[in-house]
Design a protein around this ligand. Structure first.
Ligand code: SAM
Length: 350
């Protein structure tokens, strides 16, 4: 069966995450992908793991007798139909179906992604999406659990905005850049901060281990894991000495120390050199802890200078000499944050 997956606006990791976790996905629109899977359960199971996923629809028919077909599938008082290719046709289609079914109401979509998960759940909407270019009708069968994501974003016992915190969905997508499932594997965040990466990795079934050089951060991570009934080991330790604590790990996912907050642009070049030295020291040590073929997903900040930006990822050539392959990279930057982040996937080679 074919499914269409919609991803959240602003998650620039979506494309890499989907390719790492779903077989043979096809890009449909800016924020949508289609893929084939045997059962709804299987499709929902995999999609609900993704940080980027917000909504899943299933192919239910073609476009012959479209109005009657949709009318026969409406199971709630409210429905909504979006034409994915020709958005302007959506209003007429909703009117036609309303006339056909009689006692029901519709909510008009505002754009060709259809309704938001919040509206679909709150208003109990049966949602349809029409792909007129491929003559296919889709029906929404799953939306993301935004209450759980909000809980993890805003209601954790500890957070430290000064140390920099990843939004939970971005942390989840970073974890999912490691191909396959986390069950039975060990994942380490050697700069764990308040534990955002570890929380997501533990929810994905990884055994998690965190390190931080600040004892308050170690305690915060422990409390945040406990708050969500997750377990993990957290150590007060310098990230450059990971190999003294643990060996044979499958993955490292980390947003490391990004430099002083509110750094003056004229100090950026010097700061970038310091960070690059720290990151190289880490990557040299982490090689000893990783299994052969193990993955690292790491943030490399871009520091804004007076005349140009300084990319800490410039060390990538030296990193390759340490024995890593660089597999892919993407950029993530929050609209409200000054710092841009390159996220790079590395794999340990011989
Ligand atoms: C950008 S924050 C990580 C935030 C984390 N991703 C989160 O969302 O909660 C970097 C963390 O690295 C820690 N840190 C700085 N230098 C370190 C070092 N050499 N070894 C281990 N941790 C270090 C800081 O205390 C801080 O908590």
């Amino acid at each position: 069966m074919r499914y269409i997956l919609f991803v959240g606006f602003g998650n620039t990791l979506a494309d890499l995450e989907i390719h790492a976790q779903i077989n043979n996905p096809q890009k449909e629109g800016d924020l949508s992908y289609s893929f084939v899977m045997d059962t709804d359960e299987e499709a929902i199971k995999i999609v609900s793991k993704l940080g980027s996923a917000i909504k899943l629809a299933k192919e239910v028919g073609g476009v012959d007798s479209l109005v009657e077909d949709i009318s026969s599938r409406i199971y709630s008082k409210t429905f909504s139909i979006t034409n994915l290719n020709d958005f302007n046709l959506s209003a007429k289609l909703n009117d036609d179906v309303k006339r056909d079914v009689g006692q029901s109401r519709f909510i008009l979509p505002k754009n060709n992604y259809g309704l938001s998960p919040l509206i679909i759940l709150k208003e109990k909407v049966t949602e349809f999406l029409v792909d007129s270019s491929k003559s296919k009708l889709y029906q929404t069968i799953w939306v993301h659990n935004f209450e759980h994501w909000i809980k993890k974003d805003r209601e954790m016992p500890f957070f430290n905005a000064r140390a920099g915190m990843l939004p939970p969905k971005i942390a989840r997508s970073m974890v999912n850049l490691i191909p396959g499932s986390g069950v039975g594997k060990t994942l380490v965040d050697p700069f764990c901060g308040s534990g955002r990466v570890l929380v997501e990795a533990a929810e994905m079934g990884y055994k998690v281990i965190g390190l931080d050089i600040v004892s308050d951060q170690v305690e915060d991570t422990k409390a945040n894991l406990r708050h969500l009934n997750l377990s993990g080991e957290v150590h007060l330790q310098d990230a450059t000495h990971l190999s003294e604590i643990v060996k044979d790990i499958d993955a490292i996912v980390t947003e490391p120390f990004l430099g002083k907050p509110n750094l003056r642009p004229d100090k950026s070049e010097f700061a970038a050199v310091g960070l690059q030295k720290l990151y190289l020291g880490c990557l040299k040590d982490w090689y000893k802890s990783l299994k052969m073929g193990g993955f690292i997903v790491m943030v490399f900040p871009i520091l804004t200078g007076v005349k140009k930006d300084f990319h800490t990822s410039k060390i990538i050539d030296s990193v390759k000499k340490l024995g890593y392959n660089s597999l892919a990279q993407t950029i993530y930057s929050r609209p409200d944050a000054g710092i841009k982040r390159e996220i790079i996937i590395l794999q340990k080679q011989n």
